[in-house]
Design a protein around this ligand. Structure first.
Ligand code: NAD
Length: 248
């Protein structure tokens, strides 16, 4: 039997990059997946088709995680379709980089609203059904930048550091219901998000990575799959870095 057979998983930001890789990996391990995107509906449909072509089950949901009502709808549509929710992967995230003194209030608000508030919204909406079931697993995607900081990313680093505090606090609260809450902190992963970085910034980051290569979405997906599995039942409140040794 596959490791996640029959499990119902919600993955936010699943249209591309790391979220897409997580969706394909978890579906490959037998999970029924609810895939969420804000705007990339066509790309999300392609991910769902790939999963269905391999005899998996996928539901697509267009929603903005920064809105409380959308977050509630993500969970209700998932439980309507699949009957329950076992795992939530809070992956949706954005960057709006600038130096501190140039950073606009709007860019601060947008990044905090999607990355941090969006994680809270979905976690809160999923917590009740998981508490009723007395089981659940929540995996939040943070970043090494939330641990070490990064010039030009005060909004992003603050949102990702916030996710770490949220993860540890929720892990303590929800442990009484047998719900684990962990975070995965990728380093530098090749996706659309990092594509637009200047070449010298990419080269500088590669110099910081002892394993001497950028991460791939599949590197992150493998660790998320482990945290979703029964092998991780006794792990909660942890921040697992997937960064080639970038920060140790
Ligand atoms: P990406 O930009 O390729 O994909 C982000 C996904 O999130 C997209 O599918 C997008 O539609 C979705 N999304 C954005 N805002 C949303 C919203 N409000 N509601 C619903 N969906 C929304 O990014 P990625 O590189 O795959 O990053 C995925 C996650 O990993 C993010 O949380 C990011 O911060 C984190 N991360 C990425 C890296 C990296 O190097 N790429 C490093 C550390 C952490």
């Amino acid at each position: 039997m596959k490791r996640l057979s029959g499990k119902v998983v919600v993955i936010t930001g699943a249209a591309r990059g790391i979220g897409r890789a997580i969706a394909l990996r978890l579906a490959g391990e037998g999970a029924n997946v609810a895939l969420v995107t804000r705007s990339s509906v066509d790309k999300l449909a392609e991910v769902a088709q790939t999963i269905e072509a391999a005899n998996g089950q996928a539901l697509t949901i267009q929603a903005d995680v920064s809105g409380v009502d959308d977050a509630k709808r993500i969970i209700s549509e998932t439980t309507e379709k699949f009957g329950r929710i076992d795992i939530l992967v809070n992956n949706a995230g954005i960057t709006k980089d600038n130096l501190l003194v140039r950073l606009k209030e709007r860019d601060w608000d947008d990044v905090i609203n999607v990355n941090l508030k969006g994680t809270f919204n979905c976690l809160k909406a999923a917590a009740r059904p998981m508490m009723r079931q007395r089981s659940g697993k929540i995996i939040n995607i943070t970043s090494v930048v939330g641990i070490m900081g990064n010039a030009g990313q005060v909004n992003y680093a603050a949102s990702k550091a916030g996710i770490i505090g949220l993860t540890k606090s929720a892990a303590k609260e929800l442990s009484a219901w047998n719900i684990t809450v962990n975070a995965v902190a990728p380093g530098f992963v090749e996706t659309d998000m990092t594509e637009s970085l200047p070449e010298d910034a990419k080269n500088m980051m590669l110099q910081w990575i002892p394993l001497k290569r950028p991460g791939q979405p599949a590197d992150v997906a493998g660790v998320v799959a482990f945290l979703c599995s029964e092998d991780a039942d006794y792990i909660t409140g942890q921040i697992v870095q997937v960064d080639g040794g970038m920060r140790m």
